[in-house]
Design a protein around this ligand. Structure first.
Ligand code: MOS
Length: 729
């Protein structure tokens, strides 16, 4: 099915199952331990041996010699695979550095060998016996330094690396009566998902089965095939449950490659899990940014000029962190400039982390807006409202399909008691606490990806959905079941959902907050076909067949849905393809974050007191799982604001705090009260589901709202994240 005109009324609009705050259908399997994660497929891959990865001990240079004899002779060892044993490996489309390094080393803890043994302990002990000598080369590890000579970069392959200009920024900024010119920094961030990267590989002749933890089944399968130099049809790639990804698991990583190579060498299934201290330098991270924002406005608070320039670094042939994306679209203003710079660094690979671009970009832009509002003597909510735009500022003929940012801000302000905020900083206290309130807008662009599904109507009247879509803790199982139930007129108990298997139709996968809208649309398309097949089987006209209450009605005839499958299971498959409505309409998601903090006036300790988000993302498919996405993202935003920072060792080129003791993320005790409100709006231009994603929107802007609240509490403006107490004492 192709979606190329705004959606009219369809069965989803009944909202008998869709839109209900249903419990997760995979909840019982997860909470009873019956849901198998990547490392737990003992039944499908019995007698698996254990692989332990050896990581490079230098960041840049060459392996001059490697001795694996002692490791091979160690107790229980079945095989040791290095780059020389593995022979020529390809490089996947989505990988910047090779997943098995040597002799050249691209970054610290790049995999250089896997040791396979009967037990995990034997593999780990033998890995310690692999002796490596290196010829160290000089690496580039200092972002500030590298940015001095870094060229302009482009955020996508379709656009040339040049600044994006509208009007004449320089002239308008020079002429503006009120201005801001400020620099902001965000550090490298780690996804720090709960479940580390892990894979089990089992060969059957020349066919390979891989159970892994990955957000994008088809990307992973394709890149594994490229890496191993084999046809992708011979790989079955499975990831039915994922313990968090946040973008870190969008791509094939070395655990899957090492498991496959180790299993081949050992002649047995092999399981490989990355240890936490290994994965934080071996896998990807959100790159640090250096951002400069200039805003010029008239005294009435109307922005006349806005510029946002951001620099980041990555390995050779890597990508920039696109931190300026939202600044092209969020506020009005006739004269605009945005640009990206990309420096070459020899640190581990930078790549997507939850809301890549907007998350760190909003951390800067929304503090700049707070600063500008204060300079203008305007309330920061009012300043944002004054600069709302209903069209793409660069292409006024292109309207936002749905944009109620003003409502998000107003409703949030009401609900939060914003009028109680004192605009003068450092005036409000509660015992030893200085109390402050902060606000920020939320913005994240909407994207749809093609997404396929197969649906079966069994003789028992059960509808089974099969798609390679993943559920990374987000609730995909449940919203897909709700979609199929609504379409087929069944209670959700009569729908079975099977995900995360490359033997199912290719879906959007999970990422970029495109998963919910795209994957349910694919299920919608397949269900339209199934309804036709049912009607045809029963001799009904599919135009007037009504699916409801487990029955199909047409005129005065009515049949149990199960009856339609009596003569044999009905199986259909379809993929939702997307036309170019996203060129006619600018499709984005919006919100407003409100935060109250307390800052200990003696120690400087910062505590969150309450948080509120108002979000607009089209139809909310399941308010319970959507709320979970929002509060999880808000919690991550608190981490970004106050705690998270990968500390770079600029001498040796690695992240020093490579575990969860050194890399701090918030815990429940850090987050006392969170509230989430969704605007009841639908967006018919995005899909038949009329729903956009909220998984990343919830993160965008939170960090700035926290930083703005800390400023309101203390009167000290910190522009370098994380906002730790030493910076405002
Ligand atoms: Mo997201 S960073 O695209 O999983």
């Amino acid at each position: 099915m192709k979606f190329d005109t705004p959606a009219g009324t369809n069965p989803i609009d009944r909202m008998k199952v869709v839109g209900k705050p249903l419990d997760r259908i995979d909840g019982p399997a997860k909470t009873t331990g019956m849901a198998p994660y990547a490392y737990e497929h003992h039944r499908e891959a019995p007698n698996a041996a254990y692989g332990y990865i050896v990581g490079a001990a230098i960041a840049k240079g060459r392996i001059s010699s490697m001795n694996v004899a002692d490791a091979k002779a160690a107790p229980g060892v079945l095989a040791v695979v290095t780059a020389s044993e593995a022979g020529k490996l390809g490089k996947g489309k989505y990988n910047t550095a090779k997943l098995l390094g040597g002799p050249e080393i691209d970054h610290y803890h790049q995999a250089i060998a896997v040791v396979v043994a009967e037990t995990f302990e034997q593999a780990r002990a033998a890995a310690g016996l692999v002796r490596v000598s290196y010829a160290r080369a000089t690496g580039r590890f200092d972002l500030e330094e590298a940015l001095k000579t870094a060229p302009l970069a482009s955020g996508s392959q379709d656009t040339p690396p040049k600044p994006d200009r509208v009007g004449d920024f320089e002239q308008a900024f020079a002429a503006a009566p009120v201005k801001l010119d400020a620099r902001y920094t965000t550090p490298d961030h780690s996804h720090a998902m709960m479940e580390p990267f892990a894979s089990i590989a089992a060969w059957e002749g020349d066919r390979l089965n891989v159970w892994t933890s990955n957000q994008m089944i088809d990307w992973g399968r394709t890149d594994l095939a490229t890496t191993l130099g084999m046809p992708k049809e011979k790989i079955r790639f499975m990831s039915p449950y994922v313990g968090g990804g946040f973008g870190g698991k969008l791509f094939l990583r070395t655990d899957a490659v090492m498991a496959a190579l180790g299993a081949k060498a050992a002649g047995r299934p092999v399981k490989v899990a990355m240890s936490r201290p290994f994965l934080m330098n071996n896998t990807t991270h959100r790159p640090a940014t250096r951002q400069r924002i200039r805003i010029g406005a008239n005294r009435d608070g109307k922005i006349t000029a806005i510029a946002h320039e951001s620099g980041s670094g990555d390995l050779p042939n890597g990508r920039p962190e696109t931190a300026v994306t939202q600044t092209r679209l969020l506020y009005a203003g006739a004269n605009r400039l945005t640009s990206l710079r990309l420096a070459v660094l020899d640190l581990p690979e930078g790549n997507s982390m939850r809301a890549p671009g907007e998350a760190p970009g909003m951390m800067a832009l929304e503090v700049a807006m707070d600063e500008m509002a204060e300079t203008l003597g305007l309330d920061p909510v009012e300043f944002r409202i004054r600069n709302d735009t209903q069209v793409d500022p660069a292409k006024p003929e292109r309207r936002f399909s749905q944009r109620n940012l003003v409502r998000c801000l107003r409703e949030g302000a009401d609900r939060f008691g914003w009028t109680r905020r004192n605009a003068q900083p450092a005036q409000v206290s509660d015992g030893r606490w200085l109390v402050g309130m902060g606000v920020a807008a939320a913005f994240r662009n909407h994207v749809s990806l093609p997404s396929g599904a197969r649906v079966r109507l069994g003789q028992d009247g059960i509808v089974t959905v099969e798609t390679d879509m993943t559920d990374i803790g987000t609730g995909s199982y449940t919203i897909i079941a709700q979609t199929a139930a609504e379409m087929m007129g069944l209670p959700i108990e009569r729908v079975v959902v099977k995900l995360g298997d490359s033997s199912f139709p290719v879906s959007s996968g999970s990422g970029g907050q495109f998963g919910a809208g795209s994957s349910t649309s694919g299920v919608y398309a397949a269900c339209v076909k199934l309804r036709d097949a049912v009607a045809q089987r029963l001799g009904y006209s599919s135009a007037d067949a009504v699916f409801d209450g487990g029955k199909v009605r047409s005129g005065n005839r009515s049949t149990d849905l199960a009856e339609a499958a009596r003569a044999g299971e009905l199986v259909v498959e379809d993929t939702m393809e997307w036309g170019d409505l996203d060129k006619t309409y600018q499709q984005s998601t919006f919100g407003a974050h409100f935060v109250e903090v307390g800052v200990d006036r003696f120690t400087g300790m910062i505590r969150i007191r309450r948080m509120l988000a108002v979000a607009e993302a089209g139809r909310i498919l399941n308010p319970k799982s959507a709320r979970s996405q929002m509060i999880g993202a808000m919690t991550m935003g608190v981490g970004g604001a106050l705690m998270e920072e990968l500390a770079v060792d600029k001498r040796f080129g690695f992240f020093v705090n490579h575990d969860l003791a050194g890399y701090e993320v918030p815990v429940h005790a850090d987050i006392p009260h969170q509230e989430v409100i969704f605007l009841e709006e639908v967006d018919p231009t995005v899909s038949p589901m009329k729903a956009k994603g909220i998984g990343e929107l919830g993160l965008c802007g939170v960090g700035a709202a926290v930083a703005n609240a800390v400023y309101n509490a203390t009167g000290v403006r910190v522009r370098d994240y994380p906002v730790t107490l030493d910076k405002h004492l």
